[in-house]
Design a protein around this ligand. Structure first.
Ligand code: NAD
Ligand code: AHE
Ligand code: ZN
Length: 381
């Protein structure tokens, strides 16, 4: 019944480095400007693991993780006009309020709408409360990244719901909720790779591989794909990498920066960190081309970590940038990306290496992501 709490199952993260537990929870009805959805498919992103490992300075427990999903609207709160029950949506951790007084939504320089960022970072809905309660004790559970999709039902802000084509297979397009969309957008929006340029990508998870795929589509002349796990190289080559390098295989005394400089003479036009390692971020910046190289940080670094380099690297023409969700304005652009996936223009099937059925598959998906041979594990609820 609309307006009533829904009892369902969710994977609850009880604390840092503790296994998630499947629990019965109450999902309270959507309040003003909110939308309650049934999650159909959820993919795991490294950021969920990072938070579960206690690395996220904003991490709060107990919470319901998950932010890369496809869902169907169940009911909506007062004032909601952009989605209705039955609509397919992708929950987006970067919202888009579109208000005329939002200087971020009104600018084409950014996707970082701050409308609900304060409460989202505190694990709460925009009114400062939670919609999740443990069924056994009524204990409140925190939300995560405005999504909390490791649950059969969740509540989202309307401004976090990208309404997509009813034809979209949610077990595939859920990948557009984070990693794959982020990698594409880093290339096309954040640094704007031009045809004929050289590109280096550090870290070949789904995010880094999406950088490879997008750089190939942008017409990059040479794409260096770098990972310490050579099991990622087949996928990288399939998606368009021209050279795969394992830094651990380089001769003693040869750094990855020196190797990239040797292969390009003055460095790489565009470099990307998709690892979250601050040493890799430094290497990526220093491997960028003298005079014009641009390096983009995509990975998220653990609490307390800082980046460093000699200012000389910037003085001599390198630019250090970063991206959140690839610069996509979520409600505007995610439906467009879904259409391009549906048309066959932007295939995403290569990223889905594991599929599990039922919420209890979430732990198996976590184990898969840790195994080293997984890009995205999709759990179908
Ligand atoms: P993943 O864990 O699947 O992939 C990371 C890859 O990096 C792995 O293949 C690993 O072997 C490789 N790696 C680790 N250390 C390395 C090193 N020193 N040198 C080279 N390769 C190394 O992760 P993912 O889901 O693809 O996410 C990648 C990063 O991007 C994570 O930090 C994630 O939290 C972050 N992320 C950021 C955004 C954003 O909007 N900025 C969005 C999604 C994910
Ligand atoms: N909460 C952390 C940082 C986590 C972080 O940087 N998240 C990325 C998205 S990762 C998606 O898998 C991001 O876009 N951040 C922008 C934002 O507004 O959260 C911290 O350092 O506090
Ligand atoms: Zn993510």
């Amino acid at each position: 019944t609309p307006g009533e709490p829904i009892k369902c199952r969710a994977a609850v993260a009880w604390g840092a480095k503790q296994p998630i537990k499947i629990e019965e929870v109450w999902v309270d009805p959507p309040k003003e400007g909110e939308v309650r959805v049934r999650v159909i498919a959820n993919a795991l992103c490294h950021t969920d693991m990072y938070t579960l490992d206690g690395e996220d300075p904003e991490g709060l427990f107990p919470c319901i993780l998950g932010h890369e999903a496809g869902a169907v609207v169940v009911d909506v709160g007062p004032g909601v006009t952009s989605v209705a029950p039955g609509d397919r949506v992708i929950p987006c951790y970067t919202p888009e309020c579109r208000r005329l007084d939002c200087i971020f939504c009104q600018s084409d320089k950014t996707n970082l709408c701050p409308r609900i960022r304060g409460t989202q970072g505190k694990g709460l809905m925009p009114d400062g409360t939670s919609r999740f309660r443990l069924a056994s004790s009524d204990e409140r559970l925190f939300h995560f990244m405005g999504c909390s999709t490791f649950s059969e039902f969740t509540v989202l802000a309307e401004i976090s719901c990208a309404k997509i084509s009813p034809a979209a297979p949610l077990e595939q397009v859920c990948l557009l909720g984070c990693g794959v969309a982020t990698g594409w957008g880093a290339v096309w929006n954040t640094v704007k790779v031009e045809a004929g340029s050289t590109v280096a990508v550090f870290g070949l998870g789904a995010v880094g591989l999406a950088v490879v795929q997008a750089a190939r589509i942008a017409g990059a002349r040479e794409i260096f794909a770098i990972d310490v796990n050579a099991a990622k190289f087949d996928a990288a080559r399939e998606l368009g990498a021209s050279v795969c390098i394992n830094p651990r295989d380089l001769p003693d005394g040869t750094s990855i920066v020196a190797e990239l400089q040797r292969r390009t003479s003055w460095g790489v036009d565009y470099t990307f960190d998709a690892t979250g390692s601050t040493q890799v971020m430094r290497d990526a910046l220093e491997a960028a081309h003298r005079g014009w190289g641009v390096s983009c940080v995509i990975g998220v670094a653990g609490a307390g970590k800082e980046i460093a380099t000699r200012p000389f690297q910037l003085v001599t023409g390198r630019t250090w940038k970063g991206t959140a969700f690839g610069g996509w304005k979520s409600r505007t652009h995610v439906p467009q990306l879904v259409r391009r996936v549906l048309s066959g223009e932007l295939p995403v099937h290569r990223y889905i290496t594991h599929t599990f059925d039922g919420l209890e598959g979430t732990q198996a998906a976590i184990d898969a992501l840790h195994s080293g041979d997984c890009l995205r594990a999709v759990v179908r609820y």
